[in-house]
Write a protein that binds this ligand. Structure first.
Ligand code: GLU
Length: 305
């Protein structure tokens, strides 16, 4: 077992659909890391982007976690109920002179190569139908990752003045995740490597807020082919709760475990117990993605034509 230190981890799914193999791997890795450190493991529903959320997906996800023995601690937190927290954080950035109004449209930014060039930084636009952006003069681009080691992010999105509040009035993902992780005293974040550049942005926010940042461990994402992450858009299959042990064994293998054949006859909680005892961050493949068999119906289904 890994040495214990004060540890609060979390799994933060967006309720835009049920868990698929990729999201099960993320849930499992954060759960095992927390439990191997005798830590707390929280679940937070990231339902801030309400138009993308699907009714009932939250309870489906919780049922799937439960069926796999992934028991969380405390109440499940919903971002949609925490607007006052986000309002306060936004006000903090505004009062520090670190936020400005931006009138640029998605189209304008796309025409500029997709990265926001800071057009409105000194324009002093009055607030109205505007987005609010962070003035990011010293972006963080390097950090230590418990799986990947020293990471240097070269994605230009990590350098741009990120949106704090969208034009449509919704708080941005980057603002709310950092607000939640600070408010929930999260010490450790284990999540997919597709969020590496996002982590750099989050670390910039922690720095500007003079808050201690959590430790990070980025695990490989399951992909159907290079750069094509398993996702709802790629018709990822919902994991079948009647095959919990098989799913766990498959997810553990993905995370670098050599699972004994007998495991398949155990209960989900016994498999998890074994996995907690054998958890080692060092065994996780140091890769951004791992290609899973695209033909395997565990992972995804072909779209109907
Ligand atoms: N809600 C994000 C997702 O489902 C995860 C964000 C995070 O772990 O910080 O991809």
């Amino acid at each position: 077992m890994t040495a214990s230190y004060p540890y609060i981890g979390r799994f933060a799914p967006s309720p835009t659909g049920p868990l698929h193999f990729g999201s099960l791997v993320a849930a499992l890795a954060s759960y095992l890391d927390a439990r191997a450190h005798n830590g707390i493991w929280r679940v937070r529903m990231e339902d801030i982007d309400t138009p993308r959320c699907i009714d009932g997906a939250d309870s489906q996800i919780l049922h799937q976690l439960d069926a796999h023995g992934l028991q969380w601690d405390g109440e499940v937190v919903y971002q949609s109920k925490r607007h006052s927290l986000y309002r306060a954080m936004l006000a903090d950035f505004v009062s520090k002179g670190l936020a400005y109004n931006c009138i640029c449209t998605r189209r304008m930014i796309k025409d500029n190569g997709g990265v926001y060039p800071g057009t409105c930084r000194f324009a002093n636009h009055p607030h109205g139908q505007t987005a609010i952006r962070l003035q990011l003069t010293h972006p963080v681009t390097q950090f230590y990752d418990r799986v990947l080691g020293e990471v240097t992010v070269d994605d230009p999105h990590a350098l741009e003045d990120t949106v704090l509040k969208r034009r449509d009035g919704l708080y941005s993902y980057n603002l709310v995740v950092v607000a939640d992780d600070i408010e929930q005293n999260i010490t450790d974040i284990v999540r997919g490597s597709d969020l590496l550049a996002t982590t750099a942005t989050h670390l910039s926010l922690y720095q500007l807020l003079a808050q201690p940042s959590p430790r990070y461990a980025h695990i490989p994402v399951a992909a159907l082919s290079i750069g094509r992450k398993l996702s709802k858009q790629n018709h990822a299959m919902a994991i079948d709760t009647n095959q919990a042990v098989q799913n766990l064994v498959q997810a553990l293998t993905f995370l670098g475990y050599k699972v004994p054949d007998e495991a398949i006859n155990l209960s989900p909680s016994s498999v998890l117990q074994w996995a907690i005892t054998h958890w080692r961050c060092d065994n996780i493949p140091k890769k951004r993605e791992i290609i899973v068999a695209a033909q395997d119906s565990t992972y995804h289904t072909q779209p109907r034509t």
